[in-house]
Design a protein. Sequence first.
Length: 163
Amino acid sequence: MSTSLLFVCLGNICRSPTAEAVFRARAAALGLDARTDSAGTGDWHVGKPPYGPAAAAAAARGYDLSSLRARQVQPEDFHGFDLIVAMDADNRAALEALRPAGAGTPVRLMLDHLPGHAGQPVPDPYFTRDFEGALDLVEAAADALARQLLGAQNSSTASPKSL
């Protein structure tokens, strides 16, 4: 059973592509079958690569963002993914406003999966300039989420929708 996840931030050039790459690597290391993508709630950067300093910070830790390009969330994403993971409450609210009628895909915050950080945002390093701090949070949350999803794949009673 494969799980599909969409990681979402504002412009899809820092946090969400980083989360996509980190989660993909962490899931693969655990043997988790997962399809990942990332998108932004805004359209300012559509078609552009991840922001240079974000890509450099990720590369220094072994994550390659070079093939990723920004795209904007579309209503059909609610039907194409099992779980949508927002980087902060503003993006979660924007996603909920975009949700098509009848779409049941859950939207969770990235840090909701990290014990002790529920409800907290991954601060946007585009503005804070703390690319290392954002990466620390994304790595920890990606590890926790990957372990939760692996448990769901190995259990007949759990699903990504219950996370």
